[in-house]
Design a protein around this ligand. Structure first.
Ligand code: SF4
Length: 212
């Protein structure tokens, strides 16, 4: 039976953070997340779980990707937590069909789901934003990104990530408030990197550019 995906939105934009920053991509945002990120538990409020969604087949999603993408070959599968839906099928139909059409696929995940080896082969990049204390199943990510609030313990976070997974690069990004990137968090990240090195500072530039 053809799987049906719960899709929050599909749109073309420019990647605003991490290793693909500045490059265009079509974003497929699958609905729902198994975590509930709030200021109280992770230092920022989630702004990517959208309370509306539509049921779509893989064919329908690909049609939308091709329509809004207008030749864009890069597709970012994001959420929410996309593995909640993708992990139901090791040989996921959507990923298989996108890959067969030649799209370059990136996954954005919170790391709480394993990625089967067969599925991993579909992705050019796996980017993970693990939330401190969550039950992480992912063992390797090309990119780890952490949003830093003004009270975040970066030492504890980096030590925790080092203990649970390997990664190609670690990026720290200040949380946003009503006035933009949190100034205290920016100062905290700068001070940490000047002392420790190792990680890369980033800002969610798509928000500065007025993009999703
Ligand atoms: S893991 Fe990501 S998508 Fe899920 S609640 Fe936290 S910030 Fe939102």
């Amino acid at each position: 039976m053809t799987p049906i995906y719960d899709v929050a939105e599909i749109f073309r934009s420019i990647c605003g953070e991490g290793g693909l920053v500045g490059q265009r991509a079509v974003f497929v945002r699958l609905a729902g997340c198994n975590l509930h990120c709030r200021v109280e538990n992770v230092g920022f409020d989630c702004d990517t779980v959208i309370p509306r969604s539509s049921p779509m087949s893989a064919d329908c999603i690909i049609h939308h990707v091709e329509t809004v993408g207008k030749g864009c070959e890069s597709v970012v599968i994001t959420g929410g937590e996309p593995m909640m839906q993708l992990s139901k099928d090791d040989d996921d139909a959507l990923l298989r069909m996108l890959h067969a059409k030649g799209f370059s696929l990136t996954l954005e995940t919170n790391g709480t789901y394993e990625i089967p080896d067969d599925m991993r082969g579909y992705f050019r990049r796996v980017n993970c934003s693990p939330k401190l204390g969550s039950d992480i199943k992912l063992t390797h990510a090309d990119e780890v990104r952490m949003v830093v609030g003004d009270m975040t313990d970066i030492d504890a976070y980096v030590a925790w990530v080092d203990s649970i997974m390997t990664y190609g690069g670690l990026w720290l990004s200040p949380a946003w408030d009503a006035n933009g990137p949190n100034r205290d968090a920016i100062g905290y990240i700068i001070a940490w990197i000047l002392i420790n090195g190792r990680v890369t500072m980033t800002v969610q530039q798509h928000k500065l550019w007025g993009l999703r």
